[in-house]
Design a protein around this ligand. Structure first.
Ligand code: FES
Length: 137
């Protein structure tokens, strides 16, 4: 590999890593988070995802566009020993001990025995995704 190719590859990888770490602050009304989907292009394609954190809170949540056109909102806290799972293209993976979850939070592979916490979502006709962080599914 030539030096220029190496530098371009390294820069691309670094930008990708930074982008994957971005967290969008949201302002909930009580336990309700509303996202106008057109403002979040990553959620307009199957396989897209958004990491959100309610303002003033420590908790992180993942909002995922599913292959069937629906959405899931999950806690990224692995149910094995509490590590933060990573979003992969078609699943989520725990970097600590290798547990795997579907993008909707169901267990694909242990050691975890339990699904990720998943919250109720609804999409209105005018394209607003409502997430109820107070209602586990
Ligand atoms: S904490 Fe996730 S697999 Fe152990």
């Amino acid at each position: 590999m030539r030096r220029r190719q190496f530098v371009q590859l390294a820069a691309t990888s670094l930008l990708g890593a930074c982008a994957s770490m971005l967290v969008t602050p949201v302002t909930p009304e009580g336990a309700i988070v509303r996202l106008v989907l057109r403002d979040y292009p990553d959620l307009l394609r199957p396989g897209g995802a958004l990491k959100i954190r309610p303002v003033g809170k420590d908790q992180l949540y993942y909002v995922l566009a599913l292959e069937d056109g629906g959405f899931a909102a999950v806690s990224p806290i692995c149910k094995h020993q509490g590590c933060i799972v990573d979003i992969a293209r078609d699943r989520m993976e725990c970097p600590c001990h290798g547990s795997m979850y579907t993008r909707a939070g169901a267990v694909l592979r242990g050691p975890t025995q339990a699904p990720l916490d998943r919250f109720a979502v609804a999409v209105s006709g005018d394209g607003v995704l409502t997430i109820n962080l107070g209602q586990l599914l």
